[in-house]
Write a protein that binds this ligand. Structure first.
Ligand SMILES: *[C@@H]1O[C@H](CO)[C@@H](O)[C@H](O)[C@H]1NC(C)=O
Ligand SMILES: *[C@@H]1O[C@H](CO)[C@@H](O)[C@H](O)[C@H]1NC(C)=O
Ligand SMILES: *[C@@H]1O[C@H](CO)[C@@H](O)[C@H](O)[C@H]1NC(C)=O
Ligand SMILES: *[C@@H]1O[C@H](CO)[C@@H](O)[C@H](O)[C@H]1NC(C)=O
Ligand SMILES: *[C@@H]1O[C@H](CO)[C@@H](O)[C@H](O)[C@H]1NC(C)=O
Ligand SMILES: *[C@@H]1O[C@H](CO)[C@@H](O)[C@H](O)[C@H]1NC(C)=O
Length: 378
């Protein structure tokens, strides 16, 4: 009696520590679920069922994922290339849980490529970058593959950029038109002579990783009372954009959001505008790049004819005044530095002297043209 009580107490104590209980269940000689296995081709985890249970759930990395179908398998949309923990749990019926890892982790987890990031840019290009795993052997080489998870088509990367050790750390695809905007897997696997290199991956649609280029202005027109500017954004994936405009008229700075791809202003004057875009049909779209600031001078109407004539007349007068001023300056120079006398020629010298005297007496403003005539008589 006492021994039996002690035994029961011992069992209770053992079972209160969860790990022992789990072991106890896993070691159940006749568990309801046996032979847990993964079929990566059919994306199924299945098992053999022994007994009567009413509900089984599947978990991925300890997160509840699917209710089992026919209590005998779970189907997944996508089997990652990274080591992943798949587990099952009987939620109604005799308690059971078990797990498997797929694929098996080989080598050091931190030898895998780290911080894998991919983005679409300049409309036609796709770039992925990653960092060499901290525990990757020196001779590690990485390769990137892009796989359409819908059609299961695969594309290996052909344009790599290497770090100083010759390890691939960036890849570029420069023809997006062959790729599908559907869900894609970007995976980087690696190889080394020292140890296996685990794989890294991310899954994204191309439009969700697109960094929009700056909008380009396709047409612009303005006069004093009215201005219109139109622009467009290049993208292979979406056409529904939202724009942010930054306009500056004098000291007044204004931000405006719109879904129109044009801007109409009345009495625009002189203004600058720059534009950026984002996708609207996304949960948390981020803004693309700003376009360069464009300046529009729309202040002046064409001048009326009478004003144009008046301005021409004024200009002529001004030019005339300038010429007169130049003449006066020339005359002063002549007085300061008189011309050097030439070989004596009594007749013409006499004549010239007389003329010079006459000019001086008149105290008139001489013009260079007149001076040339006098010298020409020599
Ligand atoms: C299985 O259990 C359910 C109740 O949970 C019961 O109705 C059913 O008859 C059982 N089936 C078998 C084959 O034992
Ligand atoms: C896998 O998941 C199960 C259930 O969440 C957990 O008990 C088990 O320890 C996990 N295994 C690994 C290797 O993380
Ligand atoms: C459901 O599972 C039972 C075994 O538990 C099997 O005999 C039966 O064929 C399965 N049905 C379907 C539709 O898979
Ligand atoms: C990956 O990114 C994290 C966070 O930005 C950073 O702390 C870490 O150093 C990066 N890993 C490598 C190998 O550069
Ligand atoms: C990397 O993955 C590709 C495509 O899945 C495969 O063809 C290749 O053999 C793998 N390389 C290594 C080193 O695992
Ligand atoms: C500016 O252009 C608009 C549209 O063509 C026109 O209606 C308006 O009269 C023009 N204004 C001036 C000052 O020319």
């Amino acid at each position: 009696m006492g021994a039996a009580f002690a035994m029961a107490f011992l069992w209770l104590a053992v079972c209160l520590t969860p790990i022992s209980c789990l072991l106890q269940m896993d070691q159940d000689p006749d568990p309801v679920i046996k032979n847990l296995r993964m079929d990566p081709e059919r994306k199924r985890m299945s098992w053999d069922l022994h007994g009567n249970v009413s509900q089984i759930w599947c978990f991925v990395n300890s997160r509840r994922a699917h209710k089992a179908r026919n209590n005998t398998y779970c189907k997944f949309a996508h089997i990652p290339c990274q080591a992943t923990n798949y587990s099952v749990s009987v939620t109604q019926g005799p308690p059971f849980s078990g797990w498997i890892q797929h694929p098996k982790l080989e080598g050091k987890a931190r030898a895998a490529a780290e911080n894998l990031t991919c983005w679409v840019h300049d409309a036609d290009l796709l770039t992925c970058t990653w960092a060499v795993g901290r525990e990757a052997p020196r001779d590690t080489q990485y390769h990137l593959y892009l796989e359409n998870l819908h059609s299961l088509q695969k594309w290996p990367c052909s344009q790599y950029r290497q770090d100083e050790w010759g390890t691939n750390v960036e890849c570029r695809f420069d023809d997006l038109s062959v790729l599908s905007p559907e869900l894609n897997r970007f995976s980087v696997n690696g190889s080394s002579r020292e140890s296996p290199i685990p794989c890294s991956e991310i899954t994204k649609t191309l439009h969700e990783i697109e960094r929009l280029t700056a909008p380009t202005i396709t047409s612009a027109w303005c006069n004093q009372t009215y201005s219109i500017v139109q622009w467009q954004v290049r993208s292979h994936f979406r056409e529904d954009f939202e724009y942010e405009l930054e306009m500056q008229q004098g000291a007044h700075l204004e931000h405006k959001q719109t879904e129109d791809n044009f801007l109409k202003l009345s009495n625009p004057g002189t203004y600058t505008v720059r534009i950026r875009a984002r996708h609207t049909a996304m949960l948390a779209p981020s803004w693309g790049e700003w376009s360069v600031r464009e300046r529009f001078v729309c202040g002046r109407a064409p001048l009326p004819v009478w004003l144009t004539s008046l301005l021409i007349a004024l200009g002529t007068l001004l030019a005339l005044a300038l010429v007169l001023l130049l003449c006066r300056r020339y005359a002063v120079m002549q007085q300061l530095f008189p011309p050097i006398p030439h070989v004596k020629d009594p007749i013409s010298d006499h004549l010239q002297n007389e003329r010079m005297m006459a000019w001086e007496e008149e105290k008139q403003q001489e013009c260079p043209v007149a001076e040339v005539q006098i010298l020409g008589e020599n």
